[in-house]
Design a protein around this ligand. Structure first.
Ligand code: IMP
Ligand code: MG
Length: 181
């Protein structure tokens, strides 16, 4: 569905801009893992469109797996305590794992996930996130690839939701506060 939607206050990234950037990322990531056997690990559900587009734009063979996690916390504040709702199917011991994430905000979820995967014996764990908010600068988390740096606003589209809505919008925009106030 097109991002041109009455609940979108401001368009941040259009569908066309996403596709251009995804192609650039796919090329860099393919070069990085060319002699490896990389496992793309998508974080459900927000990373589904990004995973689909990124992996298809890569020019090396890849495998995909998925995890669903939820961070405990009150309301919109992430506590950093994470619960696994759906675990990996693959054994990642000695594997090169690339976490594919929709957005990096506080970074608490990804920081927990990275150490969890390292503890399982992964050979390497890297992160690609489509979007990054300014908050992410406060945590010590090494993100190798970032699609777009965006302002500190609540955004939806291209996988990102508010109450499970707006995931199918083809770009990313700021949700009008009138929707949730
Ligand atoms: P954090 O980096 O641990 O704070 O958590 C990031 C997660 O919070 C993301 O994977 C999203 O699921 C969610 N999230 C953070 N910011 C937004 C937003 O602006 N819109 C929709 N979901 C968001
Ligand atoms: Mg997410």
């Amino acid at each position: 569905m097109q991002l041109n939607h009455p609940d979108i206050q401001e368009v941040l990234v259009t569908a066309e801009q996403i596709q251009v950037r995804v192609a650039e990322l796919a090329s860099e990531i393919s070069d990085y893992y060319r002699d490896k056997n990389v496992l793309l690990l998508g974080v459900l559900k927000g990373a589904v469109p990004f995973m689909a587009d990124l992996s298809r734009a890569m020019d090396i063979p890849i495998q995909q797996d998925w995890m669903a996690v939820s961070s405990y916390g009150s309301g919109t504040v992430s506590s950093g305590v994470v619960r696994i709702l759906k675990d990996l199917d693959a054994d990642i011991k000695d594997r090169d794992v690339l976490i594919v994430e929709d957005i990096l905000d506080s970074g608490l979820t990804l920081s927990w996930l990275t150490s969890n995967l390292r503890a399982r014996g992964a050979a390497s764990v890297e992160i690609v996130t489509l979007l990054r908010k300014p908050e992410a600068a406060k945590v010590k988390i090494a993100v190798r690839w970032v699609g777009f740096d965006i302002p500190n606003a609540f955004v939806v589209g291209y996988g990102l939701d508010f109450n499970e809505n707006y995931r199918s919008l083809d770009g990313v925009g700021i949700l009008s506060p009138s929707v949730y106030s």
